[in-house]
Design a protein around this ligand. Structure first.
Ligand SMILES: [Zn+2]
Ligand SMILES: [Zn+2]
Length: 371
């Protein structure tokens, strides 16, 4: 339990006793009956007109396997944009400090730095759970559909300990935040679909996902071929370790020394498929990683058929893969390039606007105590 003055300094977080609302924070720093306690904290939600609304959420204090996290950092992911018209708390790349734990939590202690991503909880009983495919659990709880009263755009959140991850020693919390969804999304492809150091891997787009994909692939030893519409990001791609770079605007045929084993498409605007499919080896695989805004993907079938290509869906990462991703990133210094915004209503609006305008270089991170 933290000393009283630490809890008292936490703002805008409040403890409230259902039985005795006048109870002071200094009094509840010692042992308390958790079942009699509720907790109220600040959250930032979407709304019908797409504006950000500051609100408050009240929850029971953590019991059992639950952990109360004081959020210090949150990444801004493209998926948050999809929910800005919903009456729900936004944000799913959270990092913060453990403030309180339920009686069954053994893997975390107060003061630990933890993060979470898209997934909140799985059933542990279905076939997908049995084989460790958390994200495809038949009863999965995840961002956008469950626990709509809390997210990483807020002051605090209460999560099941089994879906929180310890941030590796030496990794800055602001660097960890974009890894919780963005990093998981790109690393899962490498881990789950067996991309090897001997492979030639194409990455379409240098943005929040793309700049992380390049780094993970380079650090694991693959030959990385980066595609962007114009020349403007060539230097950045090379600096991140890309082996080759091609600007694709108005290009009808890619002149490359060899074809690709894999193609990671990280843009939400779908590329010229004919251009790229011609650049993939027979039996190669295409991974569309970003949800296209408001449309399905339309692919030319004949070349996919004739070359035996695979189009592979992939959704974030199971916990085992998420842990490998975090450890790999810490060990090999995979670091997101970030822009910081205050974790306030104005900060959320500014960050989301910048992402929407395509100006973010390359991941926005909301910071609770930004000076
Ligand atoms: Zn399950
Ligand atoms: Zn995301």
């Amino acid at each position: 339990m933290r000393p009283p003055e630490k809890i008292a300094s936490v703002h805008p977080f409040q403890f409230k006793s259902r039985l005795q609302t006048s109870m002071l924070v200094t009094q509840i720093s010692s042992h308390i009956s958790q079942s009699h306690m509720s907790i109220e904290f600040t959250v930032f939600k979407g709304s019908a007109n797409g504006g950000i609304v500051q609100s408050r959420t009240q929850r029971a204090a953590p019991t059992g396997n639950q952990v109360l996290v004081k959020i210090t950092h949150s990444g801004i992911c493209g998926s948050d944009e999809h929910f800005k018209h919903a009456d729900m708390v936004l944000g799913h790349e959270g990092v913060g400090t453990v403030l309180q734990i339920g009686e069954s939590v053994s893997q975390f202690k107060v003061g630990d730095i933890v993060g979470w991503g898209l997934l909140h909880k799985t059933c542990g009983r279905c076939e997908q759970c049995e084989i460790g495919d958390d994200q495809y659990c038949a009863n999965v709880e995840h961002y956008g559909a469950h626990n709509l009263d809390q997210g990483s755009f807020g002051s605090h959140a209460i999560w099941d300990a089994s879906f929180l991850f310890k941030i590796p020693v030496g990794m800055a919390p602001e660097d960890a935040a974009p890894l919780m969804c963005g990093g998981a999304t790109v690393y899962n492809v490498i881990e789950s679909y067996n991309i090897r150091p001997t492979d030639r891997v194409g990455v379409v787009g240098i943005g929040g996902l793309g700049h992380l994909a390049i780094q993970f692939l380079v650090k694991m030893g693959a030959s990385v071929v980066v595609f962007s519409s114009t020349e403007s990001k060539r230097e950045e791609a090379v600096r991140l370790g890309a082996t080759e770079f091609y600007a694709t605007k108005d290009v009808e045929r890619l002149e490359m020394p060899a074809k690709l084993d894999h193609l990671l498409v990280t843009t939400s605007v779908m590329p010229d498929w004919n251009l790229f499919i011609a650049a993939i080896k027979p039996r190669g695989t295409i991974y569309p990683l970003s949800m296209p805004t408001g449309s399905d993907i339309s692919l030319p079938f004949a070349p996919i058929f004739m070359s035996g290509l695979t189009v592979q869906g992939s959704l974030v990462a199971a916990r085992s893969v998420q842990r490998k991703m975090l450890n790999f990133a810490a060990r090999h210094e995979v670091k997101p390039i970030i822009e910081r915004f205050p974790l306030t209503k104005d900060g959320v609006e500014e960050g989301m606007e910048r992402l929407r305008a395509g100006k973010m270089r390359y991941r926005g991170v909301l910071v609770a105590d930004l000076q």
